[in-house]
Design a protein around this ligand. Structure first.
Ligand SMILES: [Zn+2]
Length: 190
């Protein structure tokens, strides 16, 4: 990182000069984002710009890659990738989800994805799928009168005996007992 941006680099930024891509990256303090010189975003205020020799330096300084010019190519920082994987799971827990499916959608090999996700979040993608399903099932049991068989289907576990066994193993309650205990606690008997 340099305090004074050399004029040749500043001109490259202003002109979106792709010839300088991979030679340096620039970050903008006010947005917290870093870009390739060729990025078509509107020219930043020079006072807020820092220049880095490579993308990792910018990352280490706390900047995030620009979604428009993708200064790291398809390679996302691990934390952001893990977040993308979590969002995919949260949007698809109603359906069967395989690791291969997550890997195909989130662009990575299943092995690599599994390892990075676990390193960032402390749990595996499969465990997060289960956790998400459990939270949704608990919520539906506590906050609605939707039939248990319907809830099972909605959390991606249409095999009801399997759902009941899994739920009991995870919470210590059958779904029916869980509902009886936690549904509308205001009316709970003393
Ligand atoms: Zn950019």
């Amino acid at each position: 990182m340099m305090d004074q941006i050399p004029d040749v680099q500043w001109q490259a930024i202003l002109q979106n000069d792709a010839a300088y891509d991979h030679q340096f990256y620039y970050a903008v303090k006010t947005t917290g984002i870093f870009c390739r010189p060729s990025c078509k975003s509107k020219p930043p205020n020079k006072d807020n710009v820092s220049v880095f020799q490579n993308a990792d330096e910018a990352l280490n300084a706390g900047y995030r890659p620009c979604k428009r010019c993708k200064p790291m190519g398809q390679r996302l920082p691990d934390a952001e990738w893990a977040e993308q994987i979590s969002r995919f799971i949260e949007g698809n827990y109603q359906h069967p989800i395989s690791l291969q499916m997550i890997a195909d959608t989130c662009h990575g090999s299943p092995y690599h994805l599994h390892r990075i996700y676990k390193r960032v979040t402390g749990i595996t993608p499969g465990e997060y799928v289960q956790r998400t399903r459990l939270e949704k099932a608990k919520e539906s049991l506590c906050k609605s009168d939707i039939a248990i068989s319907t809830i099972a289907g909605r959390v991606g576990m249409p095999n009801i005996p399997y759902f009941v066994t899994w739920f009991k193993k995870s919470t210590g309650f059958t779904p029916a007992a869980y509902r009886k205990t936690y549904r509308n606690p205001l009316k709970k008997e003393v």
